[in-house]
Design a protein around this ligand. Structure first.
Ligand code: GDP
Ligand code: MG
Length: 458
């Protein structure tokens, strides 16, 4: 069942929990005005509320039986011209944790029900205010960690992907109608030539490929890349971690074994979130002392982080050179791809051999960081498809792939001169797969799944 098909009145806090300039409580549904009439007044003394008109803002008080709760403004939207397509009211009150919760409670006591996650957006979709690709763009926009991803999400929200998908669907529909007309009215309409329909389908496959070309960079922008900084104690891992983040996040000392826990932060490199992990230094420990016991727990965490990382930044101290302990660790990682050997403390390493092809950095002077970031980007983007103007998520990519497979089957059908009614079946399936992207044809399960990923109040 589709959980977003109701029109009962729902309410939720739309702003993050915490103190802020304003807090917003959103109410949507057939009886939202009824709720507002019970809890909002223009003036506490003469207890009145003017006729609430669409697209107007009202100043007044939220009250509990005319006991003042907060001074607020009320935004009024009328169906169908609102975010959900229903009557929607937004109460903008002072932004305190307690006050927004109190007003929400009042709404719930006066006829509204607490909205579930994504219920406002789900209703917007059901009421034709938002297609699925735009709803997903809203979700991306909220979670975007880089400028590049938020720009791509904003473009999808403005209809870029939906527009492209709709133009592909229109072309497919035209093709289908030519074929179907000849099947249904063989006396009047000639069957279209196989090469003609094949050509048009090939153009569609190319168009789909050009959208899919951006899959890798879309997925990278969305999920980021995990890089772990590993190496012996005192190699300068925490210093490099701080330098890459451009903040003092991890403790740095000259005492070996300072970092015992895993510390993770995200940093933007060319629009891709790099999820960077600082780790405990790798060394063999005598496990008798308590100090060593704690450090050994950190080393185990380091090993786990190494296993799940996409990239390993293996750091060694240039003033000491690669030691046999470093060799031992690197030997244990020899089956791993994407290891960047990085030399640290370049500022005090006087006589290093420059034939060594490793990247050399100084966290102290912030040199070599650009080269390191470039090396990370090269790994991330190596042997990947070229960029595309379209940003897609995994679900959309799967729909495009499926549509492409049906089109390829139909093209094979043309080459074999299969009966055109058989070819039209594959074309219909290709059309359905494309329709799933914007939500023209989509199961309740998918809708419930997408909107449930939204937060409450969205
Ligand atoms: N001169 C210099 N010292 C550094 C540099 N990076 C780290 N250090 C020093 O090396 C010691 C260990 O650094 P730290 O980042 O805690 O190493 P970790 O144990 O690998 O995390 C500290 O005394 C740092 O000040 C660097 O780029 N230049
Ligand atoms: Mg450290």
């Amino acid at each position: 069942m589709n959980i977003f098909s109701g029109n009962d009145t729902i309410a939720a806090i739309a702003t993050p929990v915490g103190t802020g300039g304003i807090g917003i409580i959103r109410i949507s549904g057939s009886d939202s005005q009824g709720v507002i009439e019970k809890i909002f007044t223009s003036c506490l003394n003469d207890q009145n509320l003017p006729e609430l008109q669409a697209n107007r803002i009202y100043y007044g008080w939220v009250h509990d039986n005319f006991q003042p709760i907060d001074e607020a403004v009320l935004l009024c939207f009328r169906s169908p011209n609102s975010f959900t397509g229903e009557d929607v009211f937004e109460i903008q009150c002072h932004g305190g944790i307690n006050i927004v919760q109190k007003i929400l409670k009042l709404c719930l006591e006066n006829g509204a029900r607490l909205a579930g996650p994504g219920e406002f957006s789900g209703r917007a979709f059901m009421n034709g205010k938002l297609d699925l690709s735009k709803a997903e763009a809203v979700l991306d926009l909220i979670h975007a960690r880089t400028d590049r991803f938020s720009q791509a999400s904003a473009l999808n929200l403005s209809g870029r992907l939906a527009g492209k998908i709709n133009s592909l669907r229109t072309e497919l529909l035209n093709l289908l109608s030519i074929i179907t007309a000849a099947i249904d009215f063989p006396e009047e309409v000639d069957e279209p030539g196989y090469s003609r329909i094949q050509q048009r389908m090939e153009v569609l496959v190319n168009e789909i490929d050009s959208i899919l070309a951006g899959s890798v960079s879309s997925n990278l922008m969305r999920h980021g890349v995990k890089a772990v900084i590993a190496g012996k104690p005192n190699a300068g891992k925490s210093s490099l971690f701080n330098a890459l983040l451009d903040m003092q996040r991890a403790i740095v000392t000259e005492i070996p074994g300072t970092t015992r826990d895993i510390i993770q932060e995200s940093v933007d490199i060319n629009g891709i979130p790099l999820i960077l992990t600082d780790t405990a230094g790798l060394r063999d420990l005598d496990s008798n002392s308590q100090q060593n016991y704690i450090e050994s727990l950190g080393i185990n965490l380091t090993k786990e982080a190494l296993e799940t990382s996409d990239i390993i930044i293996y750091l060694y101290d240039l003033t000491l050179g690669m030691t046999c302990e470093d060799d031992k660790v690197l030997e244990s990682l020899k089956n791993r791809k994407n290891i960047l050997k990085v030399g640290s403390k370049l500022d005090i390493a006087w006589d290093i051999t420059h034939e060594d092809p490793v990247i050399k950095v100084s966290a102290k002077n912030k040199t070599g960081l650009t080269e390191l970031k470039e090396a990370i980007l090269t790994i991330v983007l190596s042997n990947k498809e070229t960029d595309s103007e379209f940003c897609t998520n995994l679900r959309q990519q799967e729909c495009l792939q499926r549509s492409r497979e049906f089109l390829t089957k139909a093209i094979d059908g043309c080459k074999n001169k299969d009966p055109q009614d058989l070819i039209s079946i594959d074309l219909k399936s290709a059309l359905i797969s494309l329709g799933e992207i914007t939500g023209e044809v989509v199961s309740d399960e998918i809708i419930n799944n997408i909107f449930s990923n939204f937060c409450i109040g969205k």
